[in-house]
Design a binder for this molecule. Sequence first.
Ligand code: SF4
Length: 119
Amino acid sequence: MIKERLTYTSAQALPSQDRTSPLLMPSPYAIDGGELIGADPRTLDPVSMSQDGRPTSPMKAIRAHCLGCSGGDASEARKCTATGCALWPFRMGRNPFYGMKTAQSEGLELDGEDGGTSA
Ligand code: SF4
């Protein structure tokens, strides 16, 4: 059995639950009544965001999420049967579609559809 060190798994483990976290900000929207909301990560310092062990790539983030979803057990993430989950193809931390040209990326129509690009 492959053991994988679990360092950062899920939203529940994030320190953002701390109301003084710099990752939170008062909502600028009146309808929110001053509630704290997540700051826009595009406005935050990436170095400071990464200092708590947070994954710094989408694939690592997906892997961490899947490990969290699987109770921290890498073998359970590997055996995940939720094939309908959007993350399922990526749960092992690799993009199986990398480098693959799809009909969608080629702009080709699929069975009379536009590949999902229109409403
Ligand atoms: S692919 Fe499986 S392990 Fe990953 S988030 Fe979805 S249900 Fe959870």
